[in-house]
Design a protein around this ligand. Sequence first.
Ligand SMILES: O=C(O)CCC(=O)C(=O)O
Ligand SMILES: [Fe+2]
Length: 291
Amino acid sequence: MSYTTIAPISGHLKITPLNAPLGGVVTGIDVSQPPAPSIILQIKKALCEYHILIFKQQKLTDEQLLNFATYFGALFVPPDNVPVLESASGIISNVVIVSNQEGGSLGDGEVPFHTDHIWTPYPSSASFLYAEEIPSEGGDTYWLNLNLAYETLEEEVKQEIANLQVITYNPLLREPGKPFSSYRSNSHIPVTHPVFPHPLVRTHPESGKKILYLNHKTEVEIVGMEADKGANLIATLREHLYQERFYYRHKWSVGDIVYWDNQSTLHRREAFDSYSRRVLKRVSLAGGKPF
Ligand SMILES: O=C(O)CCC(=O)C(=O)O
Ligand SMILES: [Fe+2]
């Protein structure tokens, strides 16, 4: 039996910060090849600092995307009884097709600011999204810096929210026909599926930075707080969150990979013309219990 060894690529990696509240562009790397250990460590460090990293002009098979992603962690696998976006097709694939074409998820509509899998017990730590086909207009993706959103809160708000726990209800388990709600006020009705409260202010497991851990629209409930008070507080925090000074808007090119920290950012996708094709591939990494 013979083995071929592929020498890791050590090249000249360069990370250039974006002129934005988060993000860095990584050049000098061909992601389809195994990177040298020093490169992997540089990328990990940079993600911690910039929250999202953009790799340009890459060309990858699904297998190469998975290979690259898993240098940074194990794959995210949701519990059997907690559906996530990709469960809808009935097949949980490690490479999720985010597309308006057959077999894809999320269609062509707007996707409001969210962090993936927040309603699961161990939300994913990070994701990679690779652009294969992109419309000429629309479908930009925005990433928002949740550490900055936290740091810019008034001191008294920081104190008020310091120890609160929030349940984010699974949007995939909504009762059919139930009107959209951004706050659950009918807490006297028992919930029939498992829920997983997380700290409203979480601590980043590597950098130690504080994060305002809250989706923009998904139905939530603050544990142990009276409904009106909770709804008002969440509405105020959401108004604060959604500010241009906190986010970066990414205009996709074919071959881009965006690697984002799913613990410290939200992302939002613009709608696009249903007649154009948009095909991206996503790989998500496992995360720990938020603290
Ligand atoms: O379509 C996009 O740009 C982002 C979709 C999304 O939210 C995701 O893949 O998690
Ligand atoms: Fe997402």
